[in-house]
Design a protein around this ligand. Sequence first.
Ligand code: HEC
Ligand SMILES: [Cu+2]
Length: 481
Amino acid sequence: MATKYQRLLLNFVAFTAIVLNSCKSEPKHDQSAIGRVHNITEIKGEERAILTSPPFVPPPITRTYATKVIVDLEIIEQEMEIADGVTYMFWTFGGTVPGSFIRIREGDFVEFHLKNHPDNKLPHNIDLHAVTGQGGGAEATFIAPGYEATFNFTALNPGLFVYHCATAPVGMHIANGMYGLILVEPKEGLPEVDKEFYVMQGDFYTEGNYGESGLQAFDMNKAIKEQADYVIFNGKVGALTAENSLKASAGETVRLFVGNGGPNLVSSFHVIGEVFDNVYMEGGSLKNHDIQTTLIPAGGSAITEFKVEVPGNFILVDHSIFRAFNKGALGILAVDGEENKKIYSGKSEPGIYQPSAESVKSKNKTREIVSITPEQQLAAGEKLYQVNCAACHLADGKGVAGVFPPVASSDFIAKNPEKAIGAVVNGLTGEITVNGVKYNSVMPKQALTDAEVAAVLNYVYTKMNASETRVTAEQVSKIRK
Ligand code: HEC
Ligand SMILES: [Cu+2]
């Protein structure tokens, strides 16, 4: 689809062509024609737009004609959580990041009311990428706190468009959360689906590093250097995980309206374990198929559609993957329902792959667990266990009969704390008996520091064996060869 600037430039050329061709028969409606004739005349009735907070989307438009749509959007500056225990002074359209989702139809005549709440500190405005006209509405809507601005536009082009504040310093207003999506449904509507969701990425720049607690101020220098502390979906680390996960059932069709507010970073949007059947590229009219990862520019969007065939936790990420696992760009689409083993079997046969124990080397002996309260040590121990031990001894420590001995309620561990430490730091081979059962296998030594070994074993002793035994880093150090 041509940009509005190209269209303006080429309008005159197209117009000339139309005049020259006017003696020919019926003009064809060509969706890709530059400066195609937009029907802006037949407006019937009037209605008020339904706005929704993320991840929800207003209902599909069933109207078959254009109407006058009144949109009321309120700007609210407020402190909210950007991560658990971390707050940020967000500037919002409608009280959420991203702002309220607006849904209209191609050809609709919009009467847009922008309100700047009197408690706010700054002037703001709005530039809607769906608008054909000066600044996308920015000049017309520039208002101080306690004021309201109104302007009108006709939605000429269908598509999923970003809107954002364009008040100087523009980067700062966007960085503080001032963006959202407006969907201009094509005249013919969008195909019916079972679930629709609203997901929008943004990058954030805070004085403290990722996760540092308390109220965090905006850091202009980091923003200029494009060194984001947070890259997140829907304004908060965890906005789309655990109890906030998006939900669907196997067999349903899902449509994600995905935007990227930036201000700086481009998103490589991907859903782990799914393939997008359709992607409306860059939120426009071109539909591509069978897509793994779609690029969403800052200030751009994409619509992805797919059927969830099997149950599971499908993970939404920015596939610039450190952002997902270290900066928060992670969400979950939790799908319940019947399994379909033909499409996905899950794990069928447990197997053992045991390369030489020597290949695992402790590379980093300088790491230290600095949290030293027993509770913090236990929490660290639990994480270490899940990452380093659960693959073999299983998450609950019960092991696998005949292959991996249990570390939960293990008489071996109860009787031999030193051997338990030895197993972790030096590895363990040869026959042992655990709870009366013989094992003769190989446990590779684990690449953990003394403090980490103490933490993981104290977790095992406390939580899996209800034991009073405690291991210290000093003990571990002595046993390490
Ligand atoms: C690659 C698989 C594997 C991993 C990973 C692994 N273990 Fe083991 N572990 C074993 C095997 C196999 C044995 C039995 C060795 C033998 O037969 O001599 C064992 C034995 C043990 C024992 C002594 C027997 C018992 O069950 O009480 C302890 C304690 C233990 N592991 C703790 C851990 C801890 C803690 C971790 C994580 C830091 C860990 N293991 C990671 C495979 C593993
Ligand atoms: Cu603003």
